[in-house]
Write a protein that binds this ligand. Structure first.
Ligand code: ATP
Ligand code: MG
Length: 570
């Protein structure tokens, strides 16, 4: 196998000059820099792990892992051996073959990553599941994808209704004591051969099957193929800004696309040291991790940043976070207030990135070299043509709110919705535009501004109001930790704005506070944007990937069925 030095890309893809990069961009030229463009043979796991060993970087740390009970570091060579052993276990004991769907359903431990990479080495398609999924969520996904094998733990195996899943041939359990019904991963891993013949694939062969977060309805099984790595690689370089000595931490779980595209593929394609933190969120634990491991690039989410902000500045000040040099966020709109707070306490501006399960990788982002406009998602990745279009696919002029759309055909675009081709086709207008389902506008300088999900945009007294704008204003109020805003039908105004608010530590709910918050939005944003109704909640309903579920708020309010709740956080 020929190993190409990818660094050649640096020269012809310089984002210090964004406009030039956009003009000179050509996906085909970029693909030429990948060894597989000559051999026709590709495998994500090879490109992530083995390639670095072949290039003499075997001793470099690939993974720092930490949870409450365990702390380990693995070199690229260690990862190569571990993923080979896992591949041997899955191939020889569970009969996994190219194209099979193999699910990982377990907490974040090194074994999850070994077996995920091992699955890829066989050429099988990985399906990651959040460990918190209950039986129905697990069953729906295994059924829809006709999964053959699932890798799990003793705590979770009871949630897999094997008798109802005729295609599921094997359950692999990673644990100390494993029942005879299952394949004992640790025991087999111990004995497995350290060498494995990687299955070479075509760039259109399957890579990963990700179910979407379920914010707007039933989760969709989005299929990505090997070629997606082109976007994972490039965006790692130019958006995450990976350099040889970086220590990178992406806080997302692999049950969500961020936890694979940017928690696994992008950092390892770029050969950087990646960090995985298992266990539960705690502000102290997170800060301590950054301090101890000297994290330089940190990719997290608005919900996490809001929780850190809610925990207070005294907590941050106890830690030395000076190793950080680049902080990014994804998943939800990044409230300007959060950017301001992060700038104050971390001395870094948070760089927002917009994309979705279906796009496979970054689409609209804030580059390290770019002036950040707080509240804007930034500009398209070179090679991505974005636009704001109406429902017929006609482009709208600057500053008009409409459908955020992307010109079809980038390498990491989903290839289908599993077992639901009509759903897949419904994303496109005129076979030209991929329509995201998000509403946004573009300003004169080409920056994109997120307004909300198309379904969530509120029509009140003839005005279109994006819920995000109102939510962001609400979070600026010192009492407000989180806010979710919906349109509530109203005979006079069409809809009125209703806000659900979780208060920060130390604040009590009262009618005076409601009035004060309403006034705050009225004076700071606009009269028509001020919520006419406010409800205080201890917690807002969120998906496992940390997104506020406005459809659940709406269902509560209107006493409607809430729909698929499989991804609701407990
Ligand atoms: P479902 O498609 O099942 O309803 P989902 O859309 O939440 O769930 P994901 O693919 O995980 O599933 O999330 C993508 C969505 O997250 C985007 O369409 C957008 O609404 C939101 N999002 C992601 N990044 C950003 C961002 N930087 N700013 C605003 N919204 C974002
Ligand atoms: Mg979606």
């Amino acid at each position: 196998m020929k190993v190409e030095v990818y660094e050649a890309l640096n020269d012809n893809y310089n984002l210090a000059n964004y406009d030039d990069a956009v003009k000179n961009h050509n996906w085909e030229d970029i693909e030429k820099n990948f060894s597989w463009s000559e051999t026709g043979k590709i495998n994500m796991a090879y490109e992530c792990i083995d390639r670095h060993v072949d290039n003499g970087k075997g001793d470099k740390i690939a993974l720092h892992y930490k949870d409450q009970n365990r702390q380990d570091s693995y070199s690229f060579k260690d990862m190569q051996i571990a993923s080979n052993k896992a591949a041997n276990v899955l191939k020889n004991k569970a009969n996994v073959k190219k194209g099979d769907r193999v699910f990982v359903f377990m907490p974040r431990t090194p074994e999850l990553y070994f077996s995920l990479l091992g699955t890829l080495k066989i050429g099988a398609i990985v399906g990651p599941l959040f460990e918190a999924f209950m039986e129905k969520a697990v069953k729906d996904r295994l059924e829809n994808s006709e999964a053959k094998v699932i890798i799990t733990t003793n705590d979770l195996v009871g949630r897999i209704p094997k008798d109802e899943l005729p295609n599921l041939e094997h359950i692999v359990v990673v644990d100390d004591e494993v029942s005879d019904e299952y394949i004992d991963f640790n025991k087999e891993f111990e004995k497995a051969d350290e060498k494995f013949d990687i299955e070479w694939l075509d760039k259109e062969d399957g890579l990963i099957l990700h179910y979407t977060s379920g914010s707007t309805g039933q989760p969709k099984g989005v299929l990505h193929v090997q070629e997606a790595m082109v976007v994972h690689y490039i965006s790692g370089k130019y958006v995450l800004d990976f350099k040889e000595d970086d220590v990178y931490w992406c806080t997302a779980d692999p049950g969500w696309v961020t936890g694979t595209s940017y928690g696994i593929f992008s950092p390892w394609l770029n050969g950087v040291t990646n960090c995985i933190v298992g266990g539960r969120f705690s502000p102290e634990g997170w800060y301590e991790f950054i301090q101890t491991y000297g994290v330089t690039i940190w990719y997290t989410a608005p919900t996490a940043l809001r929780m850190l902000m809610g925990a207070g500045d005294d907590v941050v000040s106890k830690y030395d976070l000076s190793s950080l040099r680049h902080v990014l966020s994804v998943g939800e709109p990044l409230n300007p207030e959060v950017i301001k707070w992060a700038h104050k306490v971390f001395n870094h501006r948070v760089h927002d990135t917009w994309w979705m399960t279906e796009t496979g990788g970054h689409m609209i982002v804030n580059y390290p070299s770019m002036d950040i406009r707080a509240g804007s998602m930034g500009k398209p990745l070179p090679g991505i043509e974005a636009a704001i279009v109406d429902d017929q696919g006609k482009e709208l002029p600057p500053n008009r709110m409409g459908n955020l759309a992307l010109k079809k055909g980038w390498p990491s675009m989903m290839r289908t919705v599993w077992n639901n081709q009509p759903k897949y086709e419904s994303y496109f207008i005129n076979d030209e535009w991929y329509v995201s389902g998000d509403s946004a506008y573009k300003d004169e300088d080409g920056y994109y501004w997120f307004q909300g999900r198309v379904d969530d945009v509120i029509m009140t007294a003839g005005e279109r109001v994006g819920p995000f704008e109102v939510e962001s204003k609400l979070v600026e109020h010192p009492a407000v930790a989180e806010a979710g805003v919906i349109g509530k039908p109203d005979p006079v105004r069409g809809e009125i704005i209703k806000a659900f608010i979780a208060l920060r530590e130390g604040y009590e709910e009262s009618d005076e506070l409601k009035e004060e918050i309403r006034k705050f939005v009225k004076e700071g944003l606009a009269g028509h944007a001020a919520p006419r109704e406010i409800d205080f909640k201890d917690k807002l309903p969120k998906t496992r990937s940390g997104k506020i579920m406005r459809r659940v708020l709406k269902a509560w309010e209107l006493d409607l069925p809430a729909g698929d709740l499989s991804t609701l956080e407990d």
